[in-house]
Design a protein around this ligand. Structure first.
Ligand SMILES: NC(=O)c1ccc[n+]([C@@H]2O[C@H](COP(=O)([O-])OP(=O)(O)OC[C@H]3O[C@@H](n4cnc5c(N)ncnc54)[C@H](O)[C@@H]3O)[C@@H](O)[C@H]2O)c1
Length: 269
């Protein structure tokens, strides 16, 4: 997505999982909007490549090879950001996800592993980032990447949906607790976005039936909303979740049929 604005001029952002997918889309949209960006990712080469793209856009960048589930790595990520880029203004808690499995087939250890990735990581990253923002007297912005599955039933994704619903509500509590420090906390809830995780849906002719805008979204389209939330344009916005879903949640079961819409497909007459 072509854009060149200065909405985030001079701000320093960390994007977890910024090496690929939605995180990379956010990182590049931040850089196009003037921010310096830290790419924190478990995949070292992906982090290096994304950081190089940020540099080519004329911003400072840092690739940090780390795992959001490891609190000591998270603290080091924030320490290096402040030491090397001069402070921290924006954190995007983007890492998350879960393979599909029916609830009755899943084990306790699997449940705990998915909670560790989707929620424990948010505890570690938010805690370290907010402490640095307060210490540096930065009026920061935290953006959590949730999912449409946090607000609706998600068969095969019970623990993921519980985590994302939890993240939506954590956003509200954190927004209220950190307001006294001038730190805003918001959430983005995408539906299907074109990343490695959703590659099997690319070009599926049925997308048009269930997604009112008729296509899956791009990582940059999530990035555009993140730029808005991180910028002063959203200076009075905190504690909200914005759906980025092509209208799917609003449709809530209505499907395109011919030139109209149905909520229960009828047998052909
Ligand atoms: N893709 C979608 O359709 C979609 C829809 C709704 C919500 N989401 C959410 O968006 C976020 C990003 O999803 P995505 O599809 O871009 O994922 P992705 O798998 O395409 O990219 C994730 C990135 O995170 C990195 N990563 C994974 N585990 C990590 C860890 N423990 N520590 C550090 N880095 C790690 C990976 O190396 C990769 O670069 C997730 O929270 C996901 O739940 C995605």
């Amino acid at each position: 997505m072509e854009t060149s604005n200065q909405l985030l001029a001079g701000k320093v952002a960390i994007v977890t999982g910024g090496g690929d997918g939605i995180g990379k889309g956010i990182a590049l949209m931040f850089a196009r909007s003037g921010a310096h960006v830290v790419i924190a990712d478990r995949a070292a080469s992906a982090a290096e490549e994304a950081a190089a793209e940020v540099s080519r856009l004329g911003r400072r960048s840092l690739a940090i090879n780390m795992d959001v589930r490891r609190p000591e790595m998270v603290k080091e990520m924030v320490r290096r950001t402040v030491a090397e880029l001069g402070g921290l203004d924006i954190l995007v808690n983007n890492v998350g996800g879960s393979p599909r499995q029916a609830f009755l087939d899943s084990s306790e250890s699997r449940w705990l592993k998915i909670v560790e990735l989707n929620l424990n990581s948010v505890f570690f990253c938010t805690g370290a980032a907010v402490r640095a923002m307060i210490e540096g007297q930065r009026r920061g912005s935290i953006i959590n990447i949730s999912s449409i599955e946090g607000s609706r039933a998600a068969p095969g994704f019970a623990v993921y949906s519980a985590c994302k619903g939890g993240l939506d509500n954590f956003t509200k509590t954190a927004a209220v607790e950190f307001a006294q420090h001038g730190i805003r906390v918001n959430c983005i809830a995408p539906d299907v976005i074109d990343t490695a995780v959703t590659a099997d849906l690319r070009g599926n002719p049925n997308l048009d039936r269930v997604i009112p805008l008729g296509r899956i979204g791009t990582p940059e389209e999530v990035g555009g909303v993140a730029v808005f939330l991180a910028s002063d344009l959203a200076s009075y916005v905190t504690g909200v979740t914005i759906l980025v879903d092509g209208g799917t949640f609003a449709a809530c079961g209505w499907q395109r049929e011919g030139s109209g819409w149905v909520n229960v497909p009828r047998p052909d007459k």
